[in-house]
Design a protein around this ligand. Structure first.
Ligand code: SF4
Length: 312
């Protein structure tokens, strides 16, 4: 079957099964071609919760499909490849968090959205990079805080809020590769380029930390949608893109006449790239692989996600 035929078949099946296909910004171009919505994980989960679809095919990674399942318990959530994980989410398990909590029984637990449902269920708050500072600032000053799993985001938030926190030593294998010299060298090479850095998906937290140290100039921290909006509205015609390079495809589609320079050309998430037309087709044909969360875990995890959504 050609890609064109697969795409036609997938769209037919999606219609027949009343399925919505969600694609994270880091997905392959052919997955963009079959998607009903493209965006970041939270944006997509909210979209899914508000559709009348019976089935959600999540073209992203496991914790994202879980978040969709937490927010949409009456829908069937499918992840086309169970190997689509996340190194950041894997850096802390529920057992590890339980142990950490037992060492700090009075602490408030703030966990990044890139975590498993089991970990979210043990947290007081989930956060994104955009609202992590506000969440930490909302916690009474005399409370201990356990923050995880991204150590760079934790260090940045601690610095910005002037708050001592216990920080879990986790990282994303893609974004941990970004280093100061990449940024400095690229800025020298492209002095007129606007530097845009992505605050979500474990993304760019290391760069955020460098910015707080004054090591970077002419940089903006934007969510995925913010990055897309920025390249469309900015007067700049050249951008250095500080995140997984998959998003550049979307930028080229939405604003083709501008130039996009990846901060690091090999910033590729191997987990995101597990999803392809073949496994999406199989997912719809066989209704596989269903992501379901035990109800007690779902309810607990929902609380921490709802707190995250409430604090902007
Ligand atoms: S880019 Fe990093 S944080 Fe995002 S899904 Fe991949 S491994 Fe996880």
């Amino acid at each position: 079957m050609t890609n064109k035929e697969k795409i036609t078949k997938i769209r037919e099946l999606a219609k027949e099964k009343n399925a919505v296909i969600l694609a994270h910004n880091y997905q392959l171009p052919e997955i963009y071609d079959i998607a009903d919505f493209i965006g970041d994980s939270l944006e997509l989960s909210r979209k899914a919760a508000n559709t009348n679809a019976d089935v959600i095919v999540f073209c992203g990674v496991h914790f994202m499909a879980e978040t969709a399942a937490i927010l949409s318990p009456s829908k069937t959530v499918l992840l086309p490849d169970l190997e689509a994980g996340c190194s950041l989410a894997d850096s802390i398990t529920a057992d590890q968090l339980k142990m950490w909590k037992s060492e700090h029984p009075d602490a408030v637990v703030v966990m990044y959205v890139n975590t498993s449902a089991d970990v979210k269920a043990l947290a007081d708050y989930c956060c994104t990079s955009s609202n992590a500072i506000n969440i930490v600032e909302s916690i009474p000053a005399d409370k201990e805080i356990l923050f995880g799993p991204d150590m760079f985001l934790g260090a940045y938030v601690s610095k910005r809020t002037n708050r001592k926190m216990h920080i879990w030593p986790g990282e994303c294998h893609v974004h941990a590769q970004f280093r100061n010299d990449h940024l400095v060298n690229l800025q020298k090479k492209h002095p007129n380029a606007e530097l845009i850095l992505h605050p979500e998906c474990g993304c760019i937290s290391q760069c955020l930390y460098m910015m707080s140290d004054g090591q970077l100039s002419n940089a903006k921290i934007l969510s995925t949608s913010g990055m897309i909006a920025e390249v469309k509205s900015s007067e700049s015609d050249e951008f250095i893109i500080g995140t997984e390079i998959g998003i550049i495809e979307r930028m080229k589609r939405e604003e083709p006449n501008k130039k996009y320079i990846p901060l690091k050309e090999d910033a590729i998430c191997k987990y995101m790239k597990k999803i392809n037309l073949d496994n999406v087709l199989l997912a719809l044909q066989n209704m596989q692989h269903e992501i379901s969360i035990p109800e007690d875990i779902r309810k607990q995890a929902l609380l921490s996600i709802e707190r995250m959504i409430t604090i902007k």
